[in-house]
Design a protein around this ligand. Structure first.
Ligand code: HEC
Length: 57
């Protein structure tokens, strides 16, 4: 990042069965909070976790 050396770790956030009540099928149907479901399945990538830590020489 510029002249600062960093260690950056990224990994995908995948859905597991307990997530599907809100992020699952059918797409557009209301979930328990009143948001629209996403129509996704277990194993699908829904996000990305990124952690950046400054390192020195
Ligand atoms: C009780 C309902 C509910 C459950 C269960 C749930 N979520 Fe969510 N999730 C939401 C809502 C509501 C949002 C915000 C949606 C929006 O902003 O439009 C959200 C947003 C997200 C986001 C951000 C998506 C974005 O586009 O910014 C991620 C990542 C996420 N959820 C992952 C998960 C994962 C992984 C699980 C299971 C371990 C899970 N969620 C279970 C309701 C839920």
């Amino acid at each position: 990042m510029g002249k600062q050396a960093v260690y950056r770790h990224m990994e995908p956030i995948r859905l597991i069965p307990p997530c599907l009540g809100c992020h699952g099928q059918p797409k557009g149907a209301p979930d328990m909070l009143g948001y629209e479901k996403d129509g996704l399945e277990a194993g699908d990538v829904i996000g990305l976790m990124s952690v950046t830590i400054a390192v020195s020489d």
